[in-house]
Design a protein. Structure first.
Length: 484
Protein backbone atom coordinates (compact mmCIF):
# COMPACT_ATOMS: atom_id res chain seq x y z
CA UNK A 1 0.00 0.00 0.00
CA UNK A 2 0.99 3.60 -0.43
CA UNK A 3 1.77 4.03 3.26
CA UNK A 4 5.19 2.42 2.81
CA UNK A 5 5.98 4.44 -0.30
CA UNK A 6 4.96 7.60 1.47
CA UNK A 7 7.55 6.95 4.18
CA UNK A 8 10.21 6.98 1.48
CA UNK A 9 9.38 10.59 0.60
CA UNK A 10 11.01 13.57 2.22
CA UNK A 11 9.14 16.76 2.95
CA UNK A 12 10.94 20.09 3.12
CA UNK A 13 10.05 23.73 2.71
CA UNK A 14 11.20 25.41 -0.50
CA UNK A 15 9.43 28.75 -0.98
CA UNK A 16 5.81 27.95 -1.71
CA UNK A 17 6.32 25.47 -4.51
CA UNK A 18 5.18 21.87 -4.52
CA UNK A 19 7.97 19.48 -5.46
CA UNK A 20 8.74 15.90 -4.55
CA UNK A 21 11.66 14.18 -2.86
CA UNK A 22 11.19 10.53 -3.64
CA UNK A 23 13.69 7.88 -2.57
CA UNK A 24 15.72 7.39 -5.71
CA UNK A 25 16.36 3.76 -4.85
CA UNK A 26 12.79 3.04 -5.95
CA UNK A 27 13.04 4.92 -9.23
CA UNK A 28 13.22 2.20 -11.86
CA UNK A 29 14.17 4.72 -14.54
CA UNK A 30 17.48 5.70 -12.93
CA UNK A 31 20.24 4.28 -15.14
CA UNK A 32 23.12 5.55 -13.02
CA UNK A 33 23.53 7.15 -9.59
CA UNK A 34 26.61 8.13 -7.62
CA UNK A 35 26.18 9.40 -4.07
CA UNK A 36 29.69 10.88 -3.96
CA UNK A 37 30.16 9.52 -0.47
CA UNK A 38 33.32 7.42 -0.79
CA UNK A 39 35.16 10.08 1.21
CA UNK A 40 38.69 9.06 0.26
CA UNK A 41 40.68 7.51 -2.55
CA UNK A 42 40.33 7.99 -6.29
CA UNK A 43 37.18 5.93 -6.93
CA UNK A 44 33.60 7.19 -7.13
CA UNK A 45 31.40 4.17 -6.53
CA UNK A 46 28.09 3.59 -8.27
CA UNK A 47 24.98 3.36 -6.10
CA UNK A 48 22.78 2.44 -9.08
CA UNK A 49 24.32 0.78 -12.12
CA UNK A 50 27.82 -0.59 -12.55
CA UNK A 51 29.71 2.45 -13.85
CA UNK A 52 32.30 3.73 -11.39
CA UNK A 53 34.12 7.04 -11.73
CA UNK A 54 37.80 7.83 -11.40
CA UNK A 55 39.09 11.00 -9.74
CA UNK A 56 41.91 12.66 -11.62
CA UNK A 57 44.41 15.23 -10.37
CA UNK A 58 43.27 18.16 -8.21
CA UNK A 59 39.84 16.96 -7.17
CA UNK A 60 39.47 16.38 -3.43
CA UNK A 61 36.98 14.86 -1.06
CA UNK A 62 35.48 17.34 1.38
CA UNK A 63 34.04 16.03 4.64
CA UNK A 64 34.56 18.73 7.29
CA UNK A 65 31.89 21.08 5.99
CA UNK A 66 28.47 20.15 7.40
CA UNK A 67 26.04 19.02 4.70
CA UNK A 68 23.31 21.45 3.69
CA UNK A 69 20.07 20.93 5.57
CA UNK A 70 18.16 19.97 2.46
CA UNK A 71 20.76 17.36 1.53
CA UNK A 72 20.52 15.88 5.02
CA UNK A 73 16.75 15.75 4.75
CA UNK A 74 17.08 13.95 1.43
CA UNK A 75 19.25 11.34 3.18
CA UNK A 76 22.05 12.33 0.85
CA UNK A 77 25.74 11.87 1.73
CA UNK A 78 27.57 14.48 3.74
CA UNK A 79 30.68 14.31 1.55
CA UNK A 80 31.21 16.16 -1.70
CA UNK A 81 33.95 16.99 -4.20
CA UNK A 82 35.96 20.18 -4.65
CA UNK A 83 37.39 20.79 -8.13
CA UNK A 84 40.68 22.58 -8.66
CA UNK A 85 39.72 24.29 -11.91
CA UNK A 86 42.38 23.07 -14.36
CA UNK A 87 41.98 21.23 -17.65
CA UNK A 88 42.92 17.90 -16.07
CA UNK A 89 40.87 18.06 -12.85
CA UNK A 90 37.85 15.81 -13.25
CA UNK A 91 35.90 12.71 -12.35
CA UNK A 92 35.74 10.43 -15.38
CA UNK A 93 32.82 8.01 -15.76
CA UNK A 94 33.74 6.73 -19.21
CA UNK A 95 31.82 6.70 -22.47
CA UNK A 96 29.16 4.01 -21.97
CA UNK A 97 26.05 4.34 -24.14
CA UNK A 98 24.04 3.89 -20.91
CA UNK A 99 24.93 7.49 -20.09
CA UNK A 100 22.97 8.75 -23.12
CA UNK A 101 19.37 7.63 -22.50
CA UNK A 102 16.71 8.54 -25.05
CA UNK A 103 14.93 10.88 -22.62
CA UNK A 104 17.54 12.09 -20.20
CA UNK A 105 17.00 13.53 -16.73
CA UNK A 106 20.20 14.47 -14.93
CA UNK A 107 20.57 16.18 -11.57
CA UNK A 108 23.16 16.99 -8.90
CA UNK A 109 24.06 19.55 -6.23
CA UNK A 110 26.52 22.39 -6.82
CA UNK A 111 28.02 25.23 -4.81
CA UNK A 112 30.61 27.91 -5.47
CA UNK A 113 32.71 29.84 -5.19
CA UNK A 114 33.70 29.57 -8.82
CA UNK A 115 35.71 32.13 -10.74
CA UNK A 116 34.06 34.08 -13.56
CA UNK A 117 34.14 32.81 -17.11
CA UNK A 118 32.81 29.79 -18.96
CA UNK A 119 32.46 26.76 -16.68
CA UNK A 120 31.54 23.15 -17.40
CA UNK A 121 30.13 21.29 -14.41
CA UNK A 122 29.03 18.03 -16.00
CA UNK A 123 29.42 17.03 -19.64
CA UNK A 124 28.87 14.15 -22.04
CA UNK A 125 30.11 16.37 -24.86
CA UNK A 126 28.15 15.98 -28.07
CA UNK A 127 25.15 14.58 -26.21
CA UNK A 128 24.31 16.72 -23.16
CA UNK A 129 26.01 18.95 -20.60
CA UNK A 130 25.63 21.56 -17.86
CA UNK A 131 27.70 24.71 -17.90
CA UNK A 132 27.90 28.47 -17.50
CA UNK A 133 28.03 30.40 -20.78
CA UNK A 134 30.09 33.51 -21.51
CA UNK A 135 27.15 35.61 -20.24
CA UNK A 136 27.56 33.78 -16.88
CA UNK A 137 24.14 32.11 -17.16
CA UNK A 138 23.69 28.40 -16.41
CA UNK A 139 22.54 26.21 -19.28
CA UNK A 140 21.53 22.62 -20.00
CA UNK A 141 22.65 21.71 -23.49
CA UNK A 142 21.40 18.97 -25.80
CA UNK A 143 23.63 17.98 -28.71
CA UNK A 144 25.26 21.10 -30.10
CA UNK A 145 22.34 23.44 -30.61
CA UNK A 146 19.83 23.87 -27.77
CA UNK A 147 20.97 25.70 -24.61
CA UNK A 148 18.06 25.76 -22.14
CA UNK A 149 18.69 28.56 -19.61
CA UNK A 150 21.40 30.46 -21.47
CA UNK A 151 19.08 33.24 -22.62
CA UNK A 152 16.27 32.78 -20.10
CA UNK A 153 14.28 35.80 -18.99
CA UNK A 154 15.20 34.95 -15.37
CA UNK A 155 18.48 33.04 -15.70
CA UNK A 156 20.41 31.34 -12.94
CA UNK A 157 23.74 33.12 -12.82
CA UNK A 158 27.22 32.29 -11.61
CA UNK A 159 26.80 34.98 -8.96
CA UNK A 160 23.81 33.04 -7.60
CA UNK A 161 25.87 29.84 -7.51
CA UNK A 162 28.42 31.77 -5.47
CA UNK A 163 25.94 32.83 -2.78
CA UNK A 164 27.26 30.36 -0.21
CA UNK A 165 24.30 27.98 -0.58
CA UNK A 166 23.92 24.59 -2.22
CA UNK A 167 21.74 24.50 -5.35
CA UNK A 168 20.13 21.53 -7.06
CA UNK A 169 20.62 21.57 -10.84
CA UNK A 170 18.45 19.42 -13.06
CA UNK A 171 18.18 19.06 -16.84
CA UNK A 172 15.44 17.23 -18.69
CA UNK A 173 15.02 16.31 -22.35
CA UNK A 174 11.76 14.45 -22.99
CA UNK A 175 11.82 14.27 -26.78
CA UNK A 176 9.77 17.42 -27.25
CA UNK A 177 11.43 19.98 -24.98
CA UNK A 178 14.74 20.60 -23.26
CA UNK A 179 14.37 22.15 -19.81
CA UNK A 180 16.62 23.46 -17.05
CA UNK A 181 15.59 23.62 -13.39
CA UNK A 182 17.42 25.06 -10.39
CA UNK A 183 16.17 24.28 -6.90
CA UNK A 184 13.04 22.83 -8.46
CA UNK A 185 12.14 25.99 -10.38
CA UNK A 186 11.89 26.09 -14.13
CA UNK A 187 14.54 28.39 -15.58
CA UNK A 188 13.71 27.77 -19.23
CA UNK A 189 12.05 25.16 -21.44
CA UNK A 190 12.82 25.15 -25.17
CA UNK A 191 11.11 23.20 -27.92
CA UNK A 192 13.47 20.46 -29.05
CA UNK A 193 12.28 17.34 -30.86
CA UNK A 194 15.77 16.15 -31.76
CA UNK A 195 17.00 12.78 -30.57
CA UNK A 196 20.01 12.97 -28.28
CA UNK A 197 23.18 12.20 -30.21
CA UNK A 198 25.23 9.21 -29.19
CA UNK A 199 28.83 10.18 -28.51
CA UNK A 200 32.16 8.51 -27.79
CA UNK A 201 33.24 11.21 -25.37
CA UNK A 202 33.64 10.51 -21.67
CA UNK A 203 31.15 11.73 -19.10
CA UNK A 204 33.15 14.15 -16.96
CA UNK A 205 32.49 16.09 -13.79
CA UNK A 206 34.57 19.25 -13.72
CA UNK A 207 35.19 20.01 -17.38
CA UNK A 208 34.42 18.95 -20.97
CA UNK A 209 36.02 16.06 -22.89
CA UNK A 210 37.39 18.30 -25.63
CA UNK A 211 40.99 18.90 -26.78
CA UNK A 212 40.89 22.70 -26.58
CA UNK A 213 37.64 23.86 -24.92
CA UNK A 214 37.62 22.11 -21.56
CA UNK A 215 36.27 25.17 -19.65
CA UNK A 216 37.10 23.70 -16.20
CA UNK A 217 35.04 24.28 -13.08
CA UNK A 218 36.47 25.31 -9.73
CA UNK A 219 33.70 24.75 -7.23
CA UNK A 220 31.90 22.02 -5.31
CA UNK A 221 29.60 19.20 -6.49
CA UNK A 222 27.55 17.03 -4.13
CA UNK A 223 25.56 13.87 -4.56
CA UNK A 224 23.45 12.20 -5.44
CA UNK A 225 24.40 12.61 -9.09
CA UNK A 226 21.55 10.97 -10.97
CA UNK A 227 21.04 10.08 -14.63
CA UNK A 228 17.63 8.70 -15.52
CA UNK A 229 15.77 7.67 -18.65
CA UNK A 230 12.42 9.33 -18.07
CA UNK A 231 9.36 8.27 -19.96
CA UNK A 232 7.36 10.85 -21.83
CA UNK A 233 4.10 12.55 -20.96
CA UNK A 234 2.36 11.90 -24.26
CA UNK A 235 -0.66 13.95 -23.30
CA UNK A 236 -1.66 16.43 -20.62
CA UNK A 237 -4.91 18.39 -20.50
CA UNK A 238 -5.44 20.83 -17.63
CA UNK A 239 -9.15 21.31 -18.37
CA UNK A 240 -8.82 25.05 -17.91
CA UNK A 241 -10.05 26.41 -21.25
CA UNK A 242 -13.18 27.69 -19.51
CA UNK A 243 -16.63 28.92 -20.43
CA UNK A 244 -17.36 29.15 -24.15
CA UNK A 245 -14.57 26.88 -25.31
CA UNK A 246 -15.64 23.92 -27.43
CA UNK A 247 -12.25 22.22 -27.40
CA UNK A 248 -9.98 20.89 -24.69
CA UNK A 249 -6.47 22.23 -25.29
CA UNK A 250 -3.33 20.21 -24.54
CA UNK A 251 -0.53 21.50 -22.29
CA UNK A 252 1.68 18.66 -23.52
CA UNK A 253 1.28 17.00 -26.90
CA UNK A 254 -0.82 18.12 -29.85
CA UNK A 255 -4.08 16.23 -29.29
CA UNK A 256 -7.18 18.38 -28.77
CA UNK A 257 -10.46 17.15 -27.33
CA UNK A 258 -13.91 18.07 -28.65
CA UNK A 259 -16.69 18.80 -26.13
CA UNK A 260 -19.78 17.05 -27.45
CA UNK A 261 -23.36 17.81 -26.42
CA UNK A 262 -24.19 18.37 -22.72
CA UNK A 263 -20.70 18.83 -21.24
CA UNK A 264 -20.19 22.10 -19.37
CA UNK A 265 -17.24 24.01 -17.92
CA UNK A 266 -17.23 24.37 -14.13
CA UNK A 267 -15.16 26.42 -11.71
CA UNK A 268 -13.78 24.97 -8.51
CA UNK A 269 -11.58 22.15 -9.74
CA UNK A 270 -9.34 19.79 -7.78
CA UNK A 271 -7.75 21.22 -4.61
CA UNK A 272 -4.18 21.18 -5.90
CA UNK A 273 -1.54 23.87 -5.83
CA UNK A 274 -0.57 24.78 -9.41
CA UNK A 275 -3.66 22.98 -10.71
CA UNK A 276 -6.33 24.81 -12.73
CA UNK A 277 -9.42 25.92 -10.87
CA UNK A 278 -11.66 24.42 -13.56
CA UNK A 279 -13.38 21.15 -14.36
CA UNK A 280 -15.98 19.79 -16.75
CA UNK A 281 -19.39 18.43 -15.78
CA UNK A 282 -20.86 15.46 -17.62
CA UNK A 283 -24.61 15.14 -17.40
CA UNK A 284 -25.11 11.46 -18.14
CA UNK A 285 -26.38 11.61 -21.73
CA UNK A 286 -25.52 8.87 -24.21
CA UNK A 287 -23.80 11.41 -26.47
CA UNK A 288 -22.14 13.55 -23.78
CA UNK A 289 -18.36 13.24 -23.93
CA UNK A 290 -15.00 14.83 -24.65
CA UNK A 291 -13.54 13.11 -27.69
CA UNK A 292 -9.73 13.03 -27.82
CA UNK A 293 -9.62 11.01 -31.04
CA UNK A 294 -7.80 7.83 -31.95
CA UNK A 295 -4.20 8.98 -32.29
CA UNK A 296 -1.74 6.11 -31.78
CA UNK A 297 0.14 8.26 -29.24
CA UNK A 298 -2.73 7.46 -26.88
CA UNK A 299 -1.78 3.76 -27.11
CA UNK A 300 1.74 3.28 -25.77
CA UNK A 301 2.69 -0.32 -25.00
CA UNK A 302 3.05 0.61 -21.31
CA UNK A 303 0.96 3.37 -19.83
CA UNK A 304 -0.17 5.50 -16.91
CA UNK A 305 -3.48 7.37 -17.06
CA UNK A 306 -4.33 9.83 -14.28
CA UNK A 307 -7.14 12.31 -13.63
CA UNK A 308 -9.35 13.83 -10.93
CA UNK A 309 -13.06 13.00 -10.55
CA UNK A 310 -15.95 13.98 -8.32
CA UNK A 311 -19.29 12.21 -8.11
CA UNK A 312 -22.83 13.47 -8.57
CA UNK A 313 -25.05 10.69 -7.22
CA UNK A 314 -24.89 6.93 -7.75
CA UNK A 315 -22.45 5.74 -10.40
CA UNK A 316 -23.05 2.02 -10.83
CA UNK A 317 -22.06 1.09 -14.40
CA UNK A 318 -20.75 4.59 -15.17
CA UNK A 319 -17.67 4.83 -17.41
CA UNK A 320 -15.41 7.80 -16.64
CA UNK A 321 -12.71 7.43 -19.31
CA UNK A 322 -12.60 4.84 -22.06
CA UNK A 323 -10.78 3.58 -25.12
CA UNK A 324 -12.87 0.43 -25.30
CA UNK A 325 -15.10 -1.21 -27.92
CA UNK A 326 -17.48 -3.79 -26.48
CA UNK A 327 -18.55 -4.82 -29.98
CA UNK A 328 -15.00 -5.72 -31.05
CA UNK A 329 -12.82 -6.25 -28.00
CA UNK A 330 -9.72 -6.57 -30.19
CA UNK A 331 -10.13 -2.85 -30.88
CA UNK A 332 -9.92 -1.95 -27.19
CA UNK A 333 -7.11 -0.72 -24.97
CA UNK A 334 -8.15 0.60 -21.54
CA UNK A 335 -10.93 2.21 -19.51
CA UNK A 336 -12.03 3.29 -16.03
CA UNK A 337 -15.55 2.62 -14.81
CA UNK A 338 -17.83 1.24 -12.12
CA UNK A 339 -19.37 -2.20 -12.49
CA UNK A 340 -22.97 -3.14 -11.69
CA UNK A 341 -22.10 -3.68 -8.03
CA UNK A 342 -20.67 -0.17 -7.78
CA UNK A 343 -16.95 -1.04 -7.69
CA UNK A 344 -14.35 1.00 -9.54
CA UNK A 345 -12.19 -0.85 -12.09
CA UNK A 346 -9.24 -0.17 -14.42
CA UNK A 347 -9.62 -2.41 -17.47
CA UNK A 348 -6.72 -3.26 -19.78
CA UNK A 349 -6.49 -5.43 -22.90
CA UNK A 350 -3.27 -7.00 -24.17
CA UNK A 351 -4.53 -8.31 -27.50
CA UNK A 352 -5.85 -11.60 -26.16
CA UNK A 353 -7.13 -11.13 -22.60
CA UNK A 354 -8.58 -8.38 -20.49
CA UNK A 355 -8.18 -7.70 -16.78
CA UNK A 356 -10.17 -5.45 -14.46
CA UNK A 357 -8.01 -4.29 -11.58
CA UNK A 358 -10.15 -3.25 -8.63
CA UNK A 359 -12.99 -5.79 -8.80
CA UNK A 360 -11.26 -8.53 -6.80
CA UNK A 361 -9.50 -6.20 -4.37
CA UNK A 362 -9.67 -6.86 -0.66
CA UNK A 363 -10.66 -3.22 -0.14
CA UNK A 364 -12.62 -2.14 -3.20
CA UNK A 365 -13.34 1.51 -4.01
CA UNK A 366 -17.12 1.88 -4.08
CA UNK A 367 -19.61 4.38 -5.46
CA UNK A 368 -20.49 5.22 -1.84
CA UNK A 369 -16.90 6.30 -1.20
CA UNK A 370 -16.86 8.14 -4.51
CA UNK A 371 -20.05 10.03 -3.75
CA UNK A 372 -18.68 11.80 -0.66
CA UNK A 373 -18.61 15.32 -2.10
CA UNK A 374 -14.81 15.24 -2.44
CA UNK A 375 -12.43 15.12 -5.38
CA UNK A 376 -10.64 11.81 -5.88
CA UNK A 377 -7.46 11.15 -7.81
CA UNK A 378 -7.74 8.06 -10.03
CA UNK A 379 -4.74 6.38 -11.67
CA UNK A 380 -4.26 3.25 -13.74
CA UNK A 381 -0.85 1.85 -14.69
CA UNK A 382 0.22 -1.00 -16.97
CA UNK A 383 3.85 -2.09 -17.35
CA UNK A 384 3.54 -5.20 -19.49
CA UNK A 385 3.34 -7.51 -16.51
CA UNK A 386 1.06 -5.84 -13.96
CA UNK A 387 -2.09 -3.75 -14.21
CA UNK A 388 -2.64 -1.51 -11.16
CA UNK A 389 -5.46 0.73 -9.96
CA UNK A 390 -4.83 3.55 -7.48
CA UNK A 391 -7.26 5.94 -5.80
CA UNK A 392 -5.99 8.96 -3.87
CA UNK A 393 -2.47 7.56 -3.96
CA UNK A 394 -3.38 4.17 -2.47
CA UNK A 395 -3.02 0.94 -4.41
CA UNK A 396 -6.44 -0.68 -4.72
CA UNK A 397 -5.35 -3.77 -6.64
CA UNK A 398 -2.52 -5.15 -8.77
CA UNK A 399 -3.25 -7.92 -11.26
CA UNK A 400 -0.84 -9.94 -13.36
CA UNK A 401 -1.37 -9.07 -17.03
CA UNK A 402 1.47 -9.89 -19.41
CA UNK A 403 2.10 -8.34 -22.82
CA UNK A 404 1.92 -4.97 -24.54
CA UNK A 405 -1.24 -2.89 -24.25
CA UNK A 406 -3.34 -3.49 -27.37
CA UNK A 407 -3.06 -0.70 -29.95
CA UNK A 408 -6.50 0.57 -30.92
CA UNK A 409 -4.96 3.70 -32.44
CA UNK A 410 -6.68 4.77 -35.64
CA UNK A 411 -9.72 2.69 -34.65
CA UNK A 412 -11.20 3.47 -31.24
CA UNK A 413 -11.27 7.04 -29.89
CA UNK A 414 -10.46 7.97 -26.32
CA UNK A 415 -13.50 9.49 -24.62
CA UNK A 416 -14.00 11.22 -21.30
CA UNK A 417 -17.50 10.70 -19.98
CA UNK A 418 -18.61 7.44 -21.62
CA UNK A 419 -17.61 4.35 -23.62
CA UNK A 420 -17.12 4.87 -27.40
CA UNK A 421 -18.64 1.79 -29.04
CA UNK A 422 -21.28 -0.63 -27.71
CA UNK A 423 -24.11 -2.80 -28.95
CA UNK A 424 -26.72 -0.39 -27.55
CA UNK A 425 -26.90 3.01 -25.92
CA UNK A 426 -27.04 1.49 -22.46
CA UNK A 427 -23.62 -0.02 -23.01
CA UNK A 428 -22.13 3.46 -23.42
CA UNK A 429 -22.47 3.74 -19.63
CA UNK A 430 -22.46 7.57 -19.58
CA UNK A 431 -21.00 9.35 -16.58
CA UNK A 432 -22.87 11.93 -14.50
CA UNK A 433 -20.24 13.88 -12.60
CA UNK A 434 -17.10 16.01 -12.80
CA UNK A 435 -13.62 15.41 -14.21
CA UNK A 436 -10.80 17.79 -13.33
CA UNK A 437 -7.30 18.27 -14.63
CA UNK A 438 -4.68 17.55 -15.23
CA UNK A 439 -5.62 14.49 -17.23
CA UNK A 440 -2.28 12.79 -17.87
CA UNK A 441 -1.10 9.97 -20.09
CA UNK A 442 2.49 8.68 -19.74
CA UNK A 443 4.24 6.13 -21.95
CA UNK A 444 5.37 4.16 -18.89
CA UNK A 445 3.96 2.84 -15.65
CA UNK A 446 4.67 5.27 -12.82
CA UNK A 447 5.99 3.90 -9.55
CA UNK A 448 3.85 3.89 -6.40
CA UNK A 449 5.82 6.86 -5.08
CA UNK A 450 5.23 8.87 -8.24
CA UNK A 451 1.52 8.07 -8.17
CA UNK A 452 1.45 9.14 -4.54
CA UNK A 453 3.03 12.44 -5.45
CA UNK A 454 0.43 13.14 -8.13
CA UNK A 455 -2.37 12.56 -5.64
CA UNK A 456 -0.98 14.64 -2.77
CA UNK A 457 -2.92 17.66 -1.52
CA UNK A 458 -0.31 19.71 0.38
CA UNK A 459 -0.83 21.44 3.66
CA UNK A 460 0.15 25.14 3.49
CA UNK A 461 3.45 24.46 5.25
CA UNK A 462 4.18 21.16 3.55
CA UNK A 463 6.37 21.57 0.49
CA UNK A 464 8.64 18.99 -0.98
CA UNK A 465 11.91 19.02 -2.76
CA UNK A 466 12.73 17.44 -6.03
CA UNK A 467 14.56 14.32 -6.94
CA UNK A 468 12.09 12.83 -9.41
CA UNK A 469 12.16 16.15 -11.21
CA UNK A 470 11.18 15.04 -14.66
CA UNK A 471 7.78 13.97 -13.42
CA UNK A 472 7.38 17.13 -11.35
CA UNK A 473 8.30 19.43 -14.20
CA UNK A 474 5.97 17.87 -16.71
CA UNK A 475 3.04 17.40 -14.39
CA UNK A 476 2.97 20.69 -12.57
CA UNK A 477 4.24 22.99 -15.29
CA UNK A 478 6.31 24.75 -12.67
CA UNK A 479 7.25 28.37 -13.17
CA UNK A 480 10.34 29.75 -11.46
CA UNK A 481 9.96 32.19 -8.59
CA UNK A 482 12.60 34.26 -6.91
CA UNK A 483 14.02 32.51 -3.88
CA UNK A 484 14.73 35.73 -2.08
Amino acid sequence: MFGDAKKAMTIVLVGSLLLVAQAVQSDADVVARWDLDDGSGTAVSAYVGSINGTINNNVSWQIAEPPPTHITQMQSPSTHLLFGGTDIDDVNFGSSATLVPAHVRAGFWAKGPAASGKKILLSKFGSWEFGFASNQNLYFRINSGVFAGKDASEPFTLAELNDGQWHYLMGLHDGSKSSLFVDGKLIESLTNTAAINSSTTDLLLGHRDHPTAQEPYNGRIGGPLIIADDGVVVGRWDIDDGTGATQLSPEVGSIYGDLENDVTWQSGGPPKEARPAHAVKFNGGYTDDINLGDDSALNPANITVAFWAKADGDHSRDVLLSKWDTVASDQSSYEFGFDGSGYLFWRTYNGSTEKKAGLTAADKFTTTEFDDGQWHHIVGTYDGSLSKLYVDGELIESLTHVGDLDDSGGITPLLLGRRPYTVNDGGKAPYDGWIGGPVLIFDRALSAGEVGFLSQVPEPSTMTMLVSAGLCALVLGIRRRKMR
